[in-house]
Design a protein around this ligand. Structure first.
Ligand SMILES: [Zn+2]
Length: 504
């Protein structure tokens, strides 16, 4: 007696490393010290734990209490250790049986009256507890999230007293229940009139995981199109969906446990900072690019963005991961998003429009376009112009477009072809895989080389064209890349270039 051990979990990026909460009661003047928590957090935790124990009609031991949270080098902010600390004190002072604690992990903040409060980052903790083969007790408000972890026995409690009743065998706790999953009900492609070329580009983007740039005047429907992309993608598999849900869980914005399988669509404003995009903070939290993991990141008004903010996209666009360094600590967050960017063709927005209303100088247009960094533009596979629609196509009786469900069927088939061939989407093929899987006939190879020369494209851009051509062929259920597939892929590189030349 005098010593107790309780299992908790820290929040570190999207991981939830195990933390052992050791409580020791010793002789000497009554006091309480917590080792391994930051100073401010210690003060608050002491007050809450003491009040909660007394409110639950237990005795707060009048001894020297030492609480140690091990290992020492993990981030341990927030109140998530209140519950394990309180249970440790009760067990060390003989008010709870020690043995009962062994099978469980506990996460939750205590209110002064002993109620158990939800904390963030419960999903990663639940997944880790399932792996460790222990049961998990959380606050009622965290139950739905904990229940998403397959194979986990998770229970919810409203108060410290209820947890104690479980451990003394007086009253079991209710099992955590996952809420029914809401089917995705995002906007449908059916609502987009006309825009055949942009719709086609959107389908290719969905089919191969390619990044997309939409160039067109204000009000032509760029946002409308971009917001339809998640609905064209097949539902993410469970592992991928859980990864995305875990990011939302630790983001501090909360996870909706009824929509965890829905692919995210994030559309931050162009005033967003580098930290808002990439993530950060003293205990790093994910940014927009990670919240868009396995879904879509939409950046409207691309030239209005701060270049330094956009700079953070570079690494994740290649690797699917973002690394955040803060003083002593490094956090990695997954960030495999599909980028859809949109911009006007010129400062006034009307360059190339049939009305001829654009009066922008060639120089002004060049300056406007130069605001976007070349390397970023280079990483966007598909560039497409979205013209203003003639009024006839906007009439209410104009024919509806194909629905998202119909397009998704073709996209899903194309995904299956890619998975069977290379085990990944075409956009994520390595250079070696691109060489192997995107072979061209000699005549087409010559065509590609001439185009690369004429457009002054980089080797990186050439590989991207090949991957897009591969996707066009996959949508066509074709094993070989034919000339038509290649020329269509080349067309998505020339679009923006052509507009630029035309404007100049
Ligand atoms: Zn203009």
């Amino acid at each position: 007696m005098g010593l107790a051990l309780v299992h908790g979990r820290a929040r570190a990026g999207v991981r939830a490393p195990a933390v052992k909460v050791e409580v020791h009661l010793g002789g000497g003047l009554p006091s309480m010290s917590i080792v391994g928590l930051p100073e401010a957090a210690v003060r608050e935790a002491k007050d809450r734990v003491r009040a909660a124990i007394q409110c639950a009609q237990f005795e707060f031991p009048a001894r020297r209490i030492t609480v140690n949270l091990a290992p020492a080098d993990l981030p341990k902010g927030g109140g998530r250790f209140d519950l394990p600390i309180a249970l440790g004190i009760l067990a060390a002072s003989g008010q709870l049986p020690q043995d009962a604690l062994r099978e469980y992990e506990f996460i939750g903040e205590l209110g002064l009256t002993g109620e158990l409060r939800p904390v963030d980052g419960v999903l990663p903790a639940a997944l880790a507890a399932a792996q460790a083969g222990r049961r998990l007790v959380v606050a009622e408000g965290n139950g739905a999230e904990a229940a998403l972890a397959a194979g986990l026995e998770a229970y919810t409690a409203r108060t410290l007293l209820e947890v104690c009743a479980l451990l003394t065998g007086r009253k079991p706790l209710p099992a955590a229940v996952a809420p029914p999953h809401q089917p995705a009900d995002g906007p449908d492609l059916r609502d987009v009139r006309g825009q055949a070329q942009a719709r086609r580009a959107l389908e290719i983007a969905a089919a191969g995981g390619h990044h997309l740039l939409l160039v067109g005047p204000p009000g032509c429907g760029k946002t409308l199109l971009a917001s339809r992309l998640p609905g064209l993608l097949p539902e993410a598999d469970e592992a991928a969906a859980l990864e995305t849900a875990a990011i939302a869980s630790v983001s501090g914005r909360g996870l909706d446990p009824t929509r965890w399988r829905t692919r995210p669509f994030r559309a931050p404003h162009h005033t967003a900072s580098a930290v808002a995009l990439a993530g950060g903070g003293s205990e790093p939290r994910p940014g927009e690019i990670s919240l868009a993991h396995n879904g879509v990141l939409f950046l409207d008004e691309l030239p209005e963005w701060d270049r330094r903010a956009l700079e953070v996209l570079r690494e994740p666009l290649e690797s699917g991961v973002v690394t955040i360094s803060r003083a002593a600590r490094q956090s990695e967050f997954p960030a495999r998003f599909q980028l859809v960017a949109a911009m006007n063709p010129c400062p006034c927005g009307w360059a190339g429009d049939a009305s001829g209303r654009c009066r922008c100088h060639g120089e002004a247009i060049a300056r406007y376009r130069a605001r976007i960094s070349g390397p970023l533009l280079d990483r966007i596979d598909l560039h497409v112009e979205v013209p203003r629609l003639p009024p006839a196509e906007l009439r209410p009786d104009a024919p509806e477009g194909e629905s998202s469900a119909v397009v998704r069927t073709r996209v899903t088939a194309a995904h299956a072809r890619q998975q069977a061939r290379g085990g990944r989407l075409n956009a994520h093929l390595s250079q070696a895989q691109t060489m192997a899987d995107c072979r061209l006939a000699a005549r087409d190879q010559a065509l590609l080389e001439r185009a690369v020369e004429a457009l002054r494209l980089s080797a990186r851009a050439m590989h991207r064209i090949l991957r897009v051509a591969r996707t066009v062929a996959d949508l066509d259920s074709s094993d070989a890349i034919a000339t038509a597939h290649l020329t269509e892929a080349l067309g998505y590189r020339q679009a923006d270039h052509g507009a630029g030349q035309q404007a100049a």
